[in-house]
Write a protein that binds this ligand. Sequence first.
Ligand SMILES: Nc1ncnc2c1ncn2[C@@H]1O[C@H](COP(=O)(O)OP(=O)(O)OP(=O)(O)O)[C@@H](O)[C@H]1O
Length: 232
Amino acid sequence: MTKILQLANVSKSFTMHLQGGIRLPVVNGATFHVHPGECVVLAGPSGTGKSSLLKMIFGSYRCDKGQILLRHDSQVTDIASAGPRGVLALRRKSVGYVSQFLRAVPRVPTIDIVAGPLEADGIMPAVACAKAGEMLSRLNLPDRLWQLPPATFSGGEQQRVNIARGLLPERPLLLLDEPTASLDAVNRAIVVDLIQQKKKQGAGIVAIVHDDDVRAAIADTLVDVTAFSKAA
Ligand SMILES: Nc1ncnc2c1ncn2[C@@H]1O[C@H](COP(=O)(O)OP(=O)(O)OP(=O)(O)O)[C@@H](O)[C@H]1O
């Protein structure tokens, strides 16, 4: 089967300019791949570079070395060397990202936050809103909250808005950074179902998951990031 994502020898250090230019090596030689329908879980203790790897795949962090090859629509793009416009184009078409915390524009109602990416995909606003409502209902977010901006929502409510927004658009690669960290058992199980459904539909997934049960339910492959956390 053709891989959707291939990382080859990806390395990154942070340079702390305000701390006398101290160099902090974080990832060295990360190499792994993801097939369509496969969920790769990044494992390893805190501080080994799991989130940094996800951010490099999403193009938020530059890597110092290596390749991050993404295949979509029979084209292969190296995210590691793509410019800002290239990264934005990949995000619009190919890569979805669910971060642990919701970062939303102030005063925008929840329903519009969730429907926004669908509208950007060209779906009619009324249809996008209906789909957003279905997803929010599935995630047990009461409809009395849909017209409110999520700034004052609880941690678990905000995380469900984030998940709805990240999982609703169809993207062949999904990046999930602790998507169930603030959820109760019922909602955790719903998110596990949604992730399994995405896998069945053929999405490749790279996830960071600390919960053992969630990891067991979704992971096909574990990648131990400690193997890549030694200094170059
Ligand atoms: N923007 C940044 N500037 C400087 N250092 C950073 C930056 N982002 C991450 N780091 C450092 O890189 C290291 C790895 O952080 P990262 O968040 O990738 O680890 P992690 O494995 O995801 O940890 P956790 O499981 O605790 O979330 C840490 O030492 C962190 O301080």
